[in-house]
Design a protein around this ligand. Structure first.
Ligand SMILES: C[S@@+](CC[C@H](N)C(=O)[O-])C[C@H]1O[C@@H](n2cnc3c(N)ncnc32)[C@H](O)[C@@H]1O
Length: 281
C-alpha cells in the first residue's frame, strides 16, 4: 500500500505540512458514571474549549464540559458509523490547528479497543503535542459492579481482553481474528468486548478448543450504569439466555470460573448504581 492509499496517514501528512499549534488530550471517559473519571480527566474536560466525543460517552461526563465549549459528536454506534475514522482524525487535526485546548473524549480507556492508538499515531505524525489520560475500562467497571473479579488466586492468574468484532477476512467472508487456543486456557479470565453478535460462535469455539461447556460465563450489559444487567450461565447456556433476555450493546462477555463469584460478590441492587442513568439524581 502506497502512502497516499492510507487515509489516516494522508490526513496526518497533510496536516504536518502546516505546522500545528495547540495540544490534544485523549481522555478516557470511563464506562459511564462521571464519578469514575480520574481527577486528571475531569480537569482536562473543565479546561477544554473543543471536545470531540464518542457514542458511549455518558451525559453525566459531558456535563463537566464548560457550557461555552464546542461539543462535537463523532460517535460510532455498532453498525452505523457517523464519521469514518479517517475523517474523525482529520477533524481532530483541523480543530487542533486552532490552538484551542482540545479534548478527544473516548469511552472507557482510550487505549483499549478505542482506536486511541491510531489517533495518537496520527497526532504524533502530524507533530501535534498530545497527552493520554487513562480511563476505567469497561472490563474493570463490569468486574467491580457485577462482582466478578478479573483475577483471583483460586480462579484466574491471568486476564485476556479480546474483541468479538467481526472483521473482513479478505476472502469475501468474515471471521473473528481470535486465538481461540489462547483464550481457552485454564485459570484465566477472558473478557470479550463487542462480543454480543458473535457470542454463539465464541462459546462454540471455546468448547472446541478444550473448555468445558459448563464453564461459567456472563454478559454484563451497561456496566456501572443504573440499569446494569448481569446474566450468568455457562458456555452451553449463555447464548440462548442472552437472546431470550434481549441483551443489547454495550455489553461485555466474561468467561472463566471467576464468574461463579458473582452470587457472593454482586453488590446489592442499590449499590450497583455506581453510574448514571434514570435513577441518577
Ligand atoms: C469500541 S469498544 C470501547 C471500549 C472502551 N475503550 C473501554 O475501554 O471500555 C466498545 C465496547 O466496549 C464495551 N463497553 C463499553 N462500555 C460498556 C459498558 N458500560 N458496559 C458493558 N460493556 C461496555 C462493549 O463491549 C462495547 O461494545
Amino acid at each position: 500500500m502506497g502512502l497516499t492509499d492510507d487515509p489516516v496517514r494522508a490526513a496526518a501528512d497533510a496536516t504536518a505540512a502546516r505546522r500545528l499549534p495547540g495540544k490534544v488530550t485523549l481522555v478516557g471517559a470511563g464506562p459511564g458514571a462521571a464519578d469514575l473519571l480520574t481527577l486528571r480527566a475531569a480537569r482536562a474536560l473543565q479546561q477544554a474549549e473543543v471536545v470531540l466525543y464518542d457514542h458511549l460517552v455518558s451525559r453525566d461526563v459531558l456535563d463537566l464540559v464548560p457550557a461555552d465549549a464546542e461539543l462535537v459528536y463523532v460517535g460510532k454506534a455498532s453498525g452505523s458509523h457517523s464519521l469514518p475514522q479517517a475523517q474523525i482524525i482529520e477533524l481532530m487535526l483541523q480543530r487542533a490547528r486552532s490552538g484551542r485546548p482540545l479534548v478527544r473524549l473516548k469511552g472507557g480507556d482510550p487505549y483499549v479497543f478505542g482506536r486511541g492508538g491510531e489517533e495518537a499515531q496520527a497526532l504524533a505524525r502530524a507533530g501535534v503535542p498530545f497527552e493520554v489520560v487513562p480511563g476505567v475500562s469497561a472490563a474493570q467497571g463490569a468486574a467491580a459492579c457485577a462482582g466478578i473479579p478479573l483475577t483471583h488466586r483460586d480462579h484466574a492468574g491471568a486476564v485476556v481482553f479480546a474483541t468479538g468484532h467481526l472483521r473482513e477476512d479478505g476472502r469475501g467472508g468474515s471471521d473473528v481474528e481470535l486465538d481461540w487456543g489462547a483464550l481457552a486456557r485454564p485459570h484465566q479470565t477472558a473478557v470479550i468486548y463487542m462480543g454480543l453478535a458473535t457470542l454463539p460462535r465464541t462459546c462454540e469455539q471455546l468448547v472446541a478448543h478444550g473448555m468445558s461447556p459448563d464453564t461459567p460465563a456472563a454478559v454484563v450489559e451497561r456496566a456501572t450504569c443504573a440499569d446494569q444487567r448481569t446474566i450468568t450461565g455457562t458456555l452451553r447456556t449463555l447464548p440462548q439466555q442472552v437472546k431470550s433476555q434481549g441483551v443489547r450493546s454495550p455489553a461485555l462477555v466474561m468467561v472463566g470460573t471467576v464468574v461463579s463469584l458473582h452470587g457472593e460478590l454482586a453488590p446489592p441492587a442499590a449499590a450497583t448504581r455506581c453510574g448514571h442513568g434514570p435513577e441518577a439524581g
